[in-house]
Design a protein. Structure first.
Length: 373
């Protein structure tokens, strides 16, 4: 879990006090100058996350002076490493400059003290390794510590960048999937209902005796289409329709309306839909839309007189089958987005879809939608 900023600032404050105190204890002398230099080495670390570059500059300068004075011993190295870390987190350019400044702050005064033989002003404790007694070893350790701080910051910065890129890609994918879902829903709703409206408008125009019934059907279909469009684009409704799931999406209980609309268009429809066990809402929505598109194609393309609809469920799968006796072929049904939308809905559940003409005539659509039990 991510650590809160307050916790990090508190940890930095404790780190600052610890480093300042350790610098005092590691100095084989006392006095105001020692306390002041120790404070400048450690206390700025409390603000290293808020002002990383100024803190590194202040700590590095204090560390260089402390190395010449003999204050803090190896504590100055760790103080610079702690100050380098947040700077190296910001950007590759800042990290390179920070590492150069940190190395210069430690190595230049240390090697100068080793070269002159008169520094540091406060000699190290006898037997203790320092630039004066073991310049090669201490220089190597200093480079390793500072490079380790820089490398850790680089790894964290790279991981954060990858996490941000992954989040961006996930967001883009979610947006694309939502756009595709809305496109499918709009296509299904508009295609289904406009086909009914067009057919009934033709009836109203050419058959005067059925004008009133046709106009009533157009009114009902238009209102239903508007409600479906509001549900798709708005996402929320005060009250879902009687044929919809709890979230406003269509469910298998609503296939009766699809059947009646197809019969009103002059197609004799028989239905085989026994009592179905509990089926997830998402699977019901996909099954409903597949049925809707298949029946729309029956009215548009098949020139069919009879259609059979079967909805069956087995443990772990829902199967939808629509077979008509029309003259449509797969080539006739291919243009547009109807079959593509069916395939996309089936693919969402890892199912299968088969479409095509029957050996004895007619056209069949069969979709299997698996679901966990």
């Amino acid at each position: 879990m991510p650590i809160s900023r307050r916790v990090l600032l508190t940890a930095d404050a404790l780190l600052a006090l610890t480093v300042a105190g350790a610098a005092v204890l590691r100095t084989p002398a006392s006095g105001v100058a020692v306390l002041a230099l120790s404070g400048l080495i450690g206390l700025p670390l409390a603000a290293r996350r808020r002002w990383p570059v100024p803190v590194l500059a202040l700590v590095a300068t204090a560390a260089a002076v402390a190395a010449l004075a003999g204050v803090g011993a190896e504590v100055t190295l760790w103080a610079v490493a702690f100050a380098l870390y947040p700077v190296a987190l910001t950007s590759p350019r800042a990290a390179a400059r920070g590492l150069s400044a940190a190395l210069a702050a430690i190595l230049v005064p240390g090697l100068a003290a080793a070269a002159t033989g008169r520094l540091p002003l406060i000699p190290a404790t006898a037997g203790e390794e320092s630039f004066s007694t073991a310049p090669g070893l201490v220089s190597t350790v200093s480079v390793l510590v500072l490079a380790g701080s820089w490398s850790l910051a680089w790894a964290v910065r790279t991981r954060r960048r990858h996490a941000a890129e992954l989040a961006r890609l996930r967001t883009a994918r979610a947006v694309a999937e939502e756009r595709l879902r809305i496109a499918r829903e709009v296509h299904d709703v508009v295609g289904h209902n406009l086909s009914l409206i067009a057919m009934n408008a033709a009836v109203a125009q050419h058959l005067g005796t059925e004008q009133d019934a046709a106009l009533r059907t157009i009114e009902q279909v238009s209102r239903g289409a508007l409600e479906d469009i509001r549900a798709v684009l708005g996402g929320l409704r005060d009250e879902p329709s009687a044929d919809a799931g709890q979230d406003g999406t269509p469910a298998l209980a609503g296939i009766g309306g699809l059947i009646e609309a197809t019969r009103a268009a002059g197609v004799d429809v028989t239905v085989e839909a026994p009592h179905l066990p509990a089926v997830p809402a998402a699977v019901q929505t996909s099954a409903y839309r597949i049925l809707q598109e298949a029946l729309t194609n029956v009215r548009r393309h098949a020139d069919a007189r009879h259609c059979h609809v079967a909805v069956t469920a087995t443990p772990g799968a829902l199967t939808v089958r629509v077979v008509d006796d029309g003259a449509a072929t797969l080539r006739d049904a291919a243009p547009g987005y109807g079959l593509a939308g069916m395939r996309e809905r089936v693919a969402l559940h890892g199912g299968t879809l088969t479409t095509g003409p029957q050996p004895t005539g007619g056209f069949a659509v069969r979709a299997t939608l698996p679901f966990p039990t």
